[in-house]
Ligand binder design. Sequence first.
Ligand code: HEM
Ligand code: HEM
Length: 461
Amino acid sequence: MPFEYVTPNRFSLFQRIWYSIFPATYDGKASRQGYRHFFNSLLLHFRPKVVPRRTLKFTLTWGLGGMAVVLVGMLFVTGLMLKFAYQPIPDQSYASIVHLQDTVLFGRLIRNIHHWSGNALLLVVFLHFLRIFFTGAFHPPRQFNWVLGLVMFILVLGSNFTGYLLPWDQLAFWAITICTGMLEYIPGIGGGLQKMISGGNEIGPATLSNFFAVHTAVIPAGLIILMPFHFWRVRKSKGLVIPRSPLEDPADRGEPVATIPNLIARELAVAAALIAVIMVVSVLFNAPLEAKANPGLSPNPTKAPWYFAGLQELLLHFHPLFAVLIIPLVMVVALFTLPYIRYDADTAGVWFASLRGRRTAIVAVVVGFAITPPAIIADEFLIDFAAWIPGVPAVISNGLLPATLALIGIIGFYVLMKTYYVATNNEAIQAVFVLLLIAFIILTITCIWFRGSGMALTWPG
Ligand code: HEM
Ligand code: HEM
C-alpha cells in the first residue's frame, strides 16, 4: 500500500511524530520491515550491500580503521562535554580543569576518556598507516586515499599537540615551549611562523586561545570533511584490498557476502571491545596534571610530547636546520609521493609484498637495531665533527656532513637490497622504509626513557 501523507489518527503521538520525520518507515501495515529497511540503509550509507568474504579477515585490517573512527567519535563527544567546564584563559584554565576533576560529576572520568582516546588514536592511526603500507594498499586505485590518510594523520597529530597545551600545567607549558621553539630554526619564515602559532613572542594568552580555536573548531571541521571523503574513496576502489598469498591471482575476489550482518557485527564487536578498554584504562589511570604553568621555572629535562620525542632526539644529533626542517620535510614529501612512484609489481593485498619482501624486511629490522643505538651512543660520547674540523660552520659540520653520511648509508642499503638480495623496487623501498621506521622508533624511545637531566643519556630508574 502506498504511503498516506495524512497520518491516521489511530496512531499514538510518538508514532505520528516518528512518521512525520521518517515517512518511508510507514508502510500502512506492521512497520517493522520499514524500520529495518531504514536502519539498514543508514548503515549502508558508506558501505556496499555486499563485501568479499576475504576482506572480513581480521588479519587484513586488524580493525584499525574502524577503531580510529570510534576514537574520533569518542573524542568529539567527550571534547564537547569538556567545553562546558573548560576556560581557555591562562589564569583560569588550570583552575577550570581542577574544578572539573574535583567537583563536576564524572568530570575526571570524561577528561580521562578524552586524554586516553586522544593518545590511543595516534597509536591506532599509526598502526593503520603501517597496515596500509605493508599490505600495499596504497597502490592504484588507492593512491589518493593514502594522501587523504596522511593529511588526516597530520590533523590527528595537530589535535593532540594543540590539546596538550590546554590544561596549562607545567607539563603542557614547557612541552609546547620546546616544540614551538624548534620552529625558530626554519630559515626565513621560522620566526614568523613561531609568532603566528604562539600569537606573539612567547607562550601566553594568545597561544592558548589560538590552540583552543584550532583544537575545538578547525581540526574537528577538517576531520569531519575528510573522513567521509576517505570512506567514499574506499568504496570507489571497490572496497578493501583482497588479502592473498604471494602466489595467488590478484583478480580472484572470492565470494561476496552480505554486509549486514557479516561486516557490521564484526565492526560492532571491535567497537565494543575498544570502548571497554578505554573505559577501564580511564577508570584506572588519571590523565596527568602537574602544578600550574610557571613560565619562570623550567623543569629539567624539558621534553616534547611523546609523539615528537623522535624529533627532539634528532635535534641532539643534527644541526637544527636538518633536524627540524630538512630531514622531516624530506620524509614527509617521500611519504606523499610514495604511491606515485613506478613499481615493478602490484603487490596490493600481499603482506610485505612477497616472500622475499618478508626476508628483506627482517634484514632491515636487524640492521636498524644494529646501527641506531650504537650511532646514538657514538654521537654522544665519541663523535664531534665540529671539534674535528674547526672553522667550518656548524650547519656543515653538524648538519650537512652527518646527514650526507646517513644518506650514503641509506642508498648503500638500497643498493645492497637490489644487488645481494635481488629485490624488486617494491621490496627494496619497503626495506628502506622499515630501516627508517626502526631508527625513528629507537630515537623516540631513547628520548622518552633514556634522556635525563640536561638531556644527557642515562639509564632509566
Ligand atoms: C581528533 C580529535 C581530538 C584529539 C586527538 C584530542 C586530544 C586532546 C588531548 C590530548 C587533550 C589534552 C588532555 C589532557 O591531557 O589534559 C585535549 C584536551 C581538550 N580537548 Fe581535545 N581532542 C580532540 C577533539 C576535541 C574536540 C572535538 C573538542 C571539543 C569540541 C575537544 C576539546 C578539548 C578540551 C576542552 C580540552 C581541555 C581539557 C583537558 O585538557 O582535559 N577536543 N584534547
Ligand atoms: C583519522 C584517521 C583515519 C581514519 C579514521 C581512517 C579510517 C579508515 C577506515 C575505516 C578504513 C576501512 C577499514 C580499514 O582499512 O581498516 C580505511 C581504509 C584506508 N585507509 Fe584510512 N583512516 C585514517 C588514516 C589513514 C592513514 C594515516 C592512511 C595512510 C597514510 C590511510 C589510508 C587508507 C587506505 C589506503 C585505505 C584503503 C585500504 C584498503 O583498500 O585495503 N588512512 N581508513
